[in-house]
Design a binder for this molecule. Structure first.
Ligand SMILES: [Zn+2]
Length: 304
């Protein structure tokens, strides 16, 4: 008699972004098997939690063995409790316990940028490395760190590294932070200065790609700010490699990364000034979803 094939468990990952909620069924290798997309919930805490539940229920079946959430939030270390979230009305919410009780499955939760970092480390541009830094350049600048073969699970606000203490005011109230100097929003500001009030970072990248010197210079300037921050962080913990992703990071590519490499190597101490690699992320917009899936597998395996 042939024993029936045992189906490998899969998990549900949820990547809760500023504009959309992306949920998916993910296997252990980080492949996304099924996907469910909805506009990002707004309004009340109750409405957000109901939308998250609906996304899980849309994908839930007998093979699903765990659930993982990537949330743009500051989480309490140890408990995973949401202390406060960016762009979502979630303050002091124990989503982990709530989801465990509701679905009767192991549940994991991680900051969304850290989840994306986990994905790039396990399945993307950081495979096989023990120390890495990931920076996501989107509307703001987020990131994550892998240190000594483990995702660093504490405070990682790399977007708020000071690059120019007399610079533009940051979203956090500080000045000249990486977030206002190297994000898509910085691209928007540069585009408006060059091409008028309707211009944005997308146009800036388009113009630079077609050879416009002013646009290329503006993006190189953004790249130098990025490189200064990277050089400082490299001198703190010597990540190898530095991975740059996010919507703006992916669109601008070498238009900012070439200048970032030059500046970072100039600032980095030996031997990182020679060995430092700054590379594009590989998983694109799926990184957050894949990472949330990997967080779910960690919960299933009892790693956390
Ligand atoms: Zn800041």
């Amino acid at each position: 008699m042939v024993a029936p094939a045992v189906e490998a468990p899969v998990v549900i990952g949820l990547d809760v972004g500023g504009t959309k909620l992306l949920a998916g069924v993910v296997d252990r290798e980080g492949h996304v098997i099924a996907e469910h997309q909805a506009p990002s919930p707004d309004g009340s805490e109750e409405g957000v939690l109901a939308a998250l539940d609906a996304a899980v229920e849309a994908l839930l079946d007998d093979r699903v063995a765990a659930i993982g959430y990537g949330i743009p939030a500051n989480l309490e270390r140890g408990t995973g409790r949401i202390l406060w979230a960016t762009n979502l009305p979630l303050t002091d919410v124990d989503l982990l316990r709530r989801a465990r009780e509701r679905f009767g499955l192991p549940v994991g939760i991680e900051n969304d940028a850290s989840a994306a970092t986990l994905a790039e480390w396990c399945r993307g541009a950081g495979r096989g490395t023990a120390n890495l830094l990931m920076l996501t350049l989107g509307t703001g600048v987020g990131g994550g760190i892998v240190l000594d073969d483990r995702l660093f699970r504490n405070w990682v606000e790399v977007g708020h590294v000071v690059v120019d203490e007399d610079g533009r005011e940051c979203t956090c109230g500080g000045h000249g932070h990486l977030e206002v100097l190297a994000s898509g929003s910085a691209g928007d500001v540069a585009a408006r200065e060059l091409y008028g009030p309707e211009a944005d970072a997308r146009l800036l990248v388009e113009r630079a790609t077609s050879g416009d010197d002013a646009a290329r210079d503006a993006l190189a300037g953004i790249g130098r700010h990025l490189g200064a921050a990277i050089g400082s962080l490299v001198n703190v913990f010597d990540p190898e490699p530095v991975i740059v992703g996010g919507g703006f990071g992916a669109a601008a590519g070498d238009l900012i990364l070439d200048a970032a490499r030059e500046t970072a190597r100039r600032e980095a101490i030996y031997p990182a000034d020679e060995t430092l690699r700054i590379v594009p992320a590989e998983l694109g917009q799926e990184a957050g979803l894949v990472g949330a899936g990997l967080v779910a597998f960690e919960a299933l395996d009892g790693i956390r």
